[in-house]
Design a protein around this ligand. Structure first.
Ligand SMILES: *Cc1c(COP(=O)(O)O)cnc(C)c1O
Length: 369
């Protein structure tokens, strides 16, 4: 059987009854859109984060789009982020009509270089989107300090960091708002698409509720500011309620897998994931680095192991973002990483014997390089 970097079927087997009960609960409720399950999930996800408000939306990309709009980002503004991220981070900024402005990342942990933000700020800068990449947080104190000084908003991209902590604080509790994705592979994943924005601010939450519902006040059917149809689905919300109770256990499972990789591969010459100071990593993806990356991946196919690269093309070099005016050479660390990184199978229900097969195969392949 082929080994893939992600697979949910074992988890489904273990949780099947509860998940089917979640579906049945919604179908029997008599309310299929923005009903009791979405409301309960919003309350529970906000409470998990100790934040006053959570607004469920249809996916993580739109959590970013609506989050930015709710914080006041408009066409012509600039938003500072990284190119070393999943394309949707940048797509979302672009979709608001604002211009994404990139800073490079740190060579050791692939996270945003916060010391480069000050030079990227212009009078048009409206927001910063730090991306808590692969499951660990950006160094948020300097980000918040700069933002405060310049009157700029901060939207955390938490799509890969559910349950991660930075000096004890949960990802999603440090900025003005935080965007989450519940795409199935994520640390908290739905059985389909889903997303949410968490915020301590009442007005931002009210903006988000209008923006996800055509721009209408829910009770008045009047569009105040043109919005979207970006509601979190009731079935996914009920599934997420059940899975939220297990979030800490999922994270623990990922950490066990990570520990076994560190033990099994630490002496092979692979560069293993670095835990930045103060970070509790949730290992959304387990990214290692090697200059012979392409040969390693190719040879592992003979062992029936399919590895991913997250991400092989830096966003700023994609043809779809040529209009941003960046090119090869502008973000050297981001570009070098894209050539050397790859991801090992990582999910909480990854069977130990499968992981051992991966470790053994990697050891053989690297020894023969
Ligand atoms: C997955 C992801 C998104 C987008 O989430 P979707 O639910 O797939 O739209 C945005 N940012 C990052 C960093 C992601 O990993």
């Amino acid at each position: 059987m082929t080994t893939y970097v992600w697979d949910y079927l074992r988890e489904y087997e273990a949780e099947r009854e509860e998940l089917l009960d979640a579906v049945d609960t919604v179908f029997q409720s008599g309310q299929l859109v923005l009903g009791a399950s979405v409301q309960s999930f919003e309350e529970e996800f906000a409470a998990y984060h100790g934040r006053a408000h959570c607004v469920g939306v249809d996916n993580g990309t739109n959590a970013l789009v609506l989050g930015l709009q709710a914080l006041g980002v408009r066409p012509g503004d600039e938003v500072i982020t990284v190119s070393n991220t999943a394309a949707p981070t940048v797509l979302a900024i672009d979709a608001t009509g604002a211009k994404p402005v990139f800073v490079d990342v740190r060579d050791e942990d692939f996270l945003m270089r916060t010391d480069l933000i000050a030079d990227a700020i212009t009078p048009r800068t409206k927001a910063i989107v730090p991306v808590h990449l692969y499951g660990q947080c950006v160094d948020m104190d300097p980000v918040m300090e700069l933002a405060k000084r310049h009157g700029i908003k901060v939207l955390e991209d938490c799509a890969q960091a559910h349950g991660a902590r930075h000096h004890g604080r949960l990802a999603g509790t440090m900025g003005d708002a935080a965007a989450f994705s519940f795409y199935p592979t994520k640390v908290l994943g739905a059985y389909g698409d889903g997303g949410a924005v968490v915020t301590p601010d009442k007005d931002t939450a009210a903006n988000l509720r209008r923006l996800r519902y055509y721009g209408m006040e829910e009770t008045y059917y009047v569009v105040s500011t043109p919005g979207h149809n970006s509601r979190l689905d009731e079935v996914q919300a009920e599934i997420l309620r059940r899975k939220l109770r297990r979030l800490d256990a999922y994270v623990e499972g990922r950490r066990s897998v990570a520990r076994r990789y560190a033990e099994g591969l630490g002496d092979t010459g692979l560069v293993m994931p670095a835990n930045a100071v103060g970070n509790d990593h949730v290992h959304y993806v387990y990214v290692v680095r090697h200059p012979e990356r392409d040969r390693i991946i190719e040879r592992l196919r003979a062992y029936d192991i399919e590895l991913n690269i997250s991400y092989p093309w830096p966003v700023h070099t994609m043809t779809g973002f040529a209009h941003l005016g960046y090119g090869e050479g502008d973000l050297p660390v981001t570009e070098r990483l894209a050539k050397e990184i790859f991801s090992l199978p990582m999910y909480p229900s990854l069977p130990q014997h499968v992981q051992e097969k991966v470790i053994e195969a990697l050891r053989e392949v690297i020894a023969e390089l």
